[in-house]
Write a protein that binds this ligand. Structure first.
Ligand code: NAD
Length: 428
């Protein structure tokens, strides 16, 4: 039987524990989520029938502050997946030194099968079901796979209706006019872009000759591909759930994004104004994209994409995990053995939660920053923590994943120890 996602996530914790000494109390607490809620959400469908959806919210740890984490709508959402995602959020927030714990939520649903009105009823119904479990000082929601700005707006509105007061701080990733932050929509990709630039410079890679493949062409992946393209990197392959395209000479990412908006498919095109022409490209599968001979591979879709089954076929020299958990722990060993540098999700995709933090701060202060101010704050924090993870990896001669966990663990341990641990009580 394959290991549960949470058990797999815990393997990374155990690896980092070889290099840091944390209190026994902190270790015991980090092994299990603090609270997990499962709810049934009854929704009246457009045809008059009633359908029940399963929803979850997990607060993994809140020692450093209120829980923080996105909400995912996907047919494969399960309590195990949500717990693992909440575990990663705990480490991510600590790594970026944000005053948050880790949380996550999700609904088992294929949102593409719902009408817009059904989707709104489901989003509001989810908040009705979990309202007592969340709040601006308790647990704060955000977008994730197949949820977006508008859904965040509905959720904040529903929570405000229940509480009978405007409560923008309960959800981040909202539309600007509902208390959203400048730069939140592009934050994950922008944050990852800073990590990539810092790290590739250390390995003396030149943008113009660095080839990149991006798996996943949604919020994070498409923006990532475009930022890299505009900065001069050679993006040679992209894909979405239907499959991908490959062109060794490089793809025109803005054209592909424009075409996908109107045709809902990733195709090799070059567009001038509204006229798009098909250009030379090869149609590939997602599996083929992962094993292309490129310098940089960016998984930006879902978890468990690189496992012990395909890890030995990976040819990229650098992997930046924009998705959460795209590589299993057993694949990690194979990639390490091949000398592939892997930059972990809890660092690479932390730009999203960092700007979510800035949004929450703005909601509480009622003072809103310009895009330039938000970008600057994001850049400073991403570069600072990337450099910190890099120096730990040099000091202990460990890979960047272990180093990222060491850095986060130190902060979590400090916060837990501040409340008193076994050592403290036994010696007094
Ligand atoms: P999204 O829903 O906007 O996009 C997901 C993309 O993945 C879509 O293009 C979809 O077609 C594609 N996809 C789905 N199944 C696939 C498959 N089997 N193979 C290839 N592509 C597939 O989601 P997103 O917000 O871009 O999130 C993507 C990943 O990034 C997730 O792991 C998410 O947890 C992570 N992430 C997102 C954010 C954020 O702010 N959006 C922040 C941190 C982490």
């Amino acid at each position: 039987m394959s290991k549960s996602l949470l058990a797999d996530a815990n393997v990374r914790l155990e690896e980092a524990l070889k290099y840091v000494s944390i209190s026994e109390d902190a270790f015991s607490r980090l092994k299990y989520p603090k609270a997990s809620l499962s709810v049934s959400i009854p929704i009246r469908m457009d045809d008059g029938s009633l359908k029940i959806f399963q929803g979850y919210r997990v607060r993994y740890d809140d020692t450093r502050g209120p829980g923080k984490g996105g909400v995912r709508y996907h047919p494969s959402v399960s309590i195990d997946e949500v717990q693992s995602l909440a575990f990663w959020m705990t480490f991510k927030c600590a790594l970026l030194n944000l005053p948050f714990g880790g949380a996550k939520g999700g609904i088992t649903v294929n949102p593409k099968e719902l009408s817009k009105t059904e989707l709104e009823r489901l989003s509001r119904g989810y908040i009705e079901a979990i309202a007592d479990f969340i709040g601006p000082d308790v647990d704060i929601l955000a977008p994730d796979v197949y949820t977006n700005e508008m859904i965040m707006g509905w959720m904040m509105d529903q929570y405000s209706i229940i509480r009978r007061r405007f409560s923008p701080g309960v959800v981040t990733g909202k539309p600007l006019t509902m208390g959203g932050s400048q730069g939140r929509d592009t934050a994950t990709a922008t944050g990852a872009f800073h990590v990539i630039n810092v790290m590739l410079k250390k390995f003396n890679l030149v943008k113009e000759t660095t080839t990149v493949a991006v798996q996943g062409f949604g919020n994070a992946g498409a923006q990532m591909a475009e930022l890299l393209f505009k900065a001069g990197y050679k993006v040679v392959a992209v894909s979405d759930s239907q499959g991908g395209i490959y062109a060794p000479q490089g793809l025109d990412i803005p054209s592909i994004r424009q075409y996908k908006k109107s045709h809902r498919t990733v195709t090799g095109v070059y567009c001038q104004d509204s006229v798009c022409n098909i250009v030379d490209h090869e149609v590939i599968t997602n599996e083929q994209l992962l094993t292309l001979d490129v310098d940089v591979l960016i998984p930006a879709a879902l978890e468990k994409q690189i496992t012990e089954k395909n890890a030995s076929e990976i040819q990229a020299k650098f992997i930046f995990e924009v998705a959460n958990g795209p590589i299993t722990s057993s694949a990690d060993h194979i990639l390490n053995g091949k000398g592939i540098h892997v930059f972990p999700d809890i660092l690479v995709n932390a730009g999203g939660v960092t700007v979510s933090y800035l949004e929450w701060v703005q909601n509480r202060n009622g003072l809103y920053w310009s895009l330039t101010e938000v970008h600057e704050k994001l850049k400073v924090r991403m570069i600072e923590e990337t450099e910190a993870v890099w120096s730990i990896s040099q000091k202990f001669e460990v890979n960047m994943r272990t180093s990222a966990y060491i850095h986060a663990l130190n902060r979590l341990n400090e916060a837990m120890s501040a409340k008193g641990t076994r050592d403290y009580y036994q010696n007094h």
